[in-house]
Ligand binder design. Structure first.
Ligand SMILES: NC(=O)c1ccc[n+]([C@@H]2O[C@H](COP(=O)([O-])OP(=O)(O)OC[C@H]3O[C@@H](n4cnc5c(N)ncnc54)[C@H](O)[C@@H]3O)[C@@H](O)[C@H]2O)c1
Length: 401
């Protein structure tokens, strides 16, 4: 099939692009790159344009024989939506309306649409079933709720088959380490923790430690981004039978914020400062998906959503791209330097030490302090003595491998 993936250059969208290509589909991406990245989709056909440009939408459907659409384009920061609600109703609701109208005009009938757990608000029941009342507590969730209602009404009047997938906390990265999460103003828990591990943030803050949960911190449901991408393809396969359905995508196993912090420290091997502050407005104590409907209707199970695997894949991405898609690839973890290899071979440092040195070098660079030699970093970090530095340099100069 030929798929149009709107918002395909974003975090989840780029994983949908990759899984679709792996499944043998052709893909065209429409994205205005407001938060997405050209590099996230390699050489996939990109139409750089917005959902607010009806001419661009019309031209995409005229130029390409599109069989189905995945719509992931949205503004999706909860705090930003509170400060700028107009942007959220405009981009998420009006944008999707434009897309649906263009699809109707072009006779493209299949749409898998990104929705969110934020449509429920503070839950009365966990795990949350899809028929739970929708009472969002912020404009982001409300804009997504309104999109669902609008699509339902449009589907009554037009030949438009849609499925809304309500993701819980999307996390992790493709196992290849090639693509991952890169948001300029990061508000998600796992990338923030990994930025702490990289030394890009001074500390991590737990908001609220007096909830009625097993350790006092909030409980959230993390679902691997690859599992979300797989669900899009499964929904598309069954869309004739499932049209009009809204389906949760979550692991149904929650982790507390404290547990996630511990896993981040264990997987990265990095210590960082953790502080505690009071509860934030609008944070429910527990958010957990019931995923029975995804299992029974789609045959979907969250195969990759074990939290260790989520953290490992996220860390693989973040440590090799410490500054996101704009990272300097000359000296990043995983890209072994000969100096580093010699230091390991001589038994002075471990592979993990090298990763830490590379992270430190990247941090120095990103702070505009230039490039610091690996050997010098190792000495300053107390990993090797100056005598050992001289010894490594002797082997280095000898051209020894
Ligand atoms: N990340 C999560 O945990 C999560 C959870 C639930 C739901 N969602 C939903 O998943 C979708 C993708 O989220 P994400 O985390 O990948 O966000 P993202 O910001 O990384 O991706 C959104 C993409 O859409 C593009 N875009 C936005 N508005 C556009 C417009 N008007 N026209 C064209 N392109 C536009 C952006 O440039 C970006 O590439 C969103 O709809 C979001 O609401 C995300």
């Amino acid at each position: 099939m030929k798929l149009l993936i709107v918002g395909g250059a974003g975090y989840i969208g780029s994983h949908c692009v990759l899984e679709s290509l792996r499944a043998g589909h052709e893909v065209v991406v429409l994205d205005d790159l407001r938060t997405g990245h050209r590099e996230a989709i390699g050489d996939v056909d990109l139409v750089e344009g917005s959902l607010h440009q009806p001419n661009v939408l019309r031209s995409v459907f005229e130029t390409h024989q599109i069989d189905a659409v995945f719509n992931l384009a949205a503004s999706c920061s909860v705090p930003e939506s509170v400060h700028n609600p107009g942007l959220y109703y405009h981009n998420n609701l009006a944008g999707t309306l434009n897309l649906a109208a263009a699809m109707v005009e072009a006779g493209v009938t299949r749409l898998v649409h990104s929705s969110t757990a934020a449509v429920y608000g503070d839950p009365e029941e966990v795990p949350i079933p899809e028929d739970h009342r929708m009472q969002p507590v912020n404009p982001y969730g409300d804009s997504k709720r309104l999109v669902e209602c609008t699509l339902t009404e449009m589907a009554k009047a037009h030949d438009l088959k849609h499925v809304c997938l309500r993701y819980f906390n999307a996390a992790g990265a493709d196992a290849s380490g090639l693509i991952g999460e890169d948001h300029a103003d990061e508000s998600h828990l796992i990338p923030i923790l990994l930025q702490c591990a990289l030394g890009h943030r001074s500390h991590f803050t737990i908001f609220g430690s007096d909830w009625e949960t097993r350790d006092g911190s909030c409980i959230r449901d993390f679902v691997h981004v690859t599992d979300i991408a797989r669900a899009h393809l499964m929904a598309l396969e069954r869309i004739d039978d499932l049209a009009g359905e809204s389906i949760n995508l979550g692991s149904s196993h929650g982790a507390s914020v404290r547990e996630v912090v511990d896993i981040a420290k264990r997987v990265t091997g990095c210590e960082f400062d953790v502080r505690e502050e009071g509860r934030r407005d609008g944070d429910p104590a527990v958010l957990l998906a019931s995923n029975e409907k995804a299992s029974s209707l789609l045959g979907w199970t969250p195969d990759n959503s074990d939290l260790d695997f989520i953290m490992e894949t996220a860390w693989r991405w973040h440590r090799t791209h410490p500054s996101g898609y704009g990272s300097d690839f000359r000296q990043i973890p995983g890209q072994k330097s000969r100096f580093g290899e010699l230091a390991v071979k001589l038994g002075f440092v471990t592979e993990q030490d090298i990763d830490r040195v590379l992270i430190e070098q990247d941090k120095i660079r990103s702070e505009g302090r230039g490039h610091k030699m690996m050997g010098l970093c190792m000495v300053e970090m107390g990993l090797i003595s100056t005598t050992q530095l001289v010894e490594i340099l002797r082997h280095y100069d000898d051209g020894e491998e």
